[in-house]
Design a protein around this ligand. Sequence first.
Ligand code: ARG
Length: 695
Amino acid sequence: MTFVILFHIISRRRWVRFGNTMSAEQLEQYNRRAEQAEEEIRQLHSTLQKLLSGSANSNDTDSEEVARLRAENQKLRYRVGILRRATEEEQAKSGGAHSKTGSTAMAGGAQCLFVALSELFSAAIRAAFPDMDEVATAVNSNSRFGDYQCNAALPIVKRLKDKGVKMSPRDVAQKIIDCVPSSPLVERLEVAGAGFINVFVNKTFAAEQLRLMIVGGVPAPTVPRRRVVIDYSSPNIAKEMHVGHLRSTIIGDSIARLLDFLGHDVLRINHLGDWGTQFGMLIAHLADKFPNFRTETPPITDLQAFYKESKKRFDEDEAFKKRAYDCVVRLQSYEEDIIKAWKLICAVSEREFEKIYERLNVHGLVPRGESFYQSRMQGVVQQLTEAGFLEEDDGRKIMFAPGCDLPLTVVKSDGGFTYDTSDMAALRQRIQEERADWLIYVVDAGQGAHLQSVFACARRAGWLDGGVRCDHVGFGVVLGEDKKKFKTRSGDTVRLVDLLDEGVRRAQEKLREKGRDQELTADELREAQENVAYGCIKYADLSHNRNHEYVFSFDKMLDDRGNTAAYLLYALTRIRSISRRAQLTPEQLLEAARAGTAIQLLHEKEWKLARVLLRFPEVVVRVTEDLFIHSLCDYLYELSTTFTEFYDNCYCVEKDRQTGEVVNVNMSRMLLCEATAQVMTRCFDILGIKTVQKM
Ligand code: ARG
């Protein structure tokens, strides 16, 4: 009887076709059939189990029957695997719609191994233990024994025990293994220790993934697309950007790049501090110093000095102070001339910021300061008042929310608005007008309480309903080499421009020390010193856990040993030079991969490198969960050291010792070099670090 069902199911699978684009209905139908088939497997499995439990004292024909059923079961699972993949590939092609299981396949390209394996195990656990929904089925790659490991058995044992069923972890693990759909990804599975399942990845499959990676580019794992608004950098007009803003700029930009890579719809907002009482004195000073400002653009070059001058007058001159206050009132009532003066000051500042962004390779940041929300704040206050959320407190209007320790001050006692009010208005604008479903704020940890209150009050107001994700990406302070707050010798805050200049100077020194000025052209040298300097500054920041403070040290970040950009950029140029030595152009390598040149993973170090390369999508997915970019840096460093191990052990290019002529090129290994270079380049790109051709 079982046999009949089996044939029936298998023969029905004939309609699996690749390459044809299906309609939505067809997709649906495919999905349904795959589910049906899985259900049939489940039933089959329980038949099998019954037979097995009775087979202890059964005769030979029974065990033959069991063996045959097992084999059939295996085949059937393989078919279901193909069916699922075909469906998902079609879905990816038809515009990235996502399957219920989360897509594992990239359109005709490489797969995210981690997701694909996790799905195999969740299918297996569903089949083996149908009512164990909430058990985490994700595999992990820090297995010491297999390539991946699934640790779901122990929690399942616990659940079973709660239900009064006794089963050993090893038996649970075996039962899961029996239900793992057969898959080209998996070489073999084994139960180890206290019920861990070690997964050995199929090398042919892995090699093919690497080849596809070279042909089609490093794959981004498919994730549901979100509309993200990310608020970062956000310095204050007329004030110098300080290292805190540098951190926000570097971290924020990297997260934005990561989300872009994953295909999200990302809006980068520069929440400039461009409104407030400090503008009164600036405008009053401007009007005194450049009375023709309405018709002639004032030649302000040093806004910092301008700020200091006006502050001095403000503190010393009563009449000036009065005028400054008067200007604030006129600014807030949008008086034309005053607005003009305000705009002039903002423009000077923004030009300065722009220079820094240009040097740091930060693009696409939309300037949208606090002033933008002025008109919207009124509406927010009205809504919160009508909903009865505001409480009187000493003339102020404040708002509490569950889970926030500090109330927000929404209206001051003089009727004015605050930083809290503008952040509430900005949050609502981002959700309602920008249609964001994910808000990220890259702001120093010192503002954590403020942002938590903003999120909590927004939640209370119902603005976050419908699954809006809010993240405060906080970060610690930057310390000087004396482990104290980063300051100049004279105790002033360090100006970013000076910091970047010094970085370039130091990088230049380093390159000269190594005699690179003799080998590189003037252009190459300039490119190298700039990219190394900015790359090192960024990497030093990004490679530390952002919640920790870190010591800013040029000596450390420019050291070309250890986990620094200097080391990693150098490692990449070395890999690139291997193909140059083999006299292969990038096009030739691509052609070789296209033509199907096999990548052999026979040597232990080749396999080790391949596994690290294939972990890239998994690392990227994890980073989007916790927004800790340093994990990506750790990965990049691991990739680079693993590559060195491979290169030290495996010949790629052999040259004749006497003539220096290339006598043998191992194409498979050249492709491994190429895949490594591509993944490293992709990492640098996400980190916002420009690579160099030579250094
Ligand atoms: N301008 C602020 C500062 O320098 C940072 C603004 C951060 N963003 C925000 N939406 N509050 O501290």
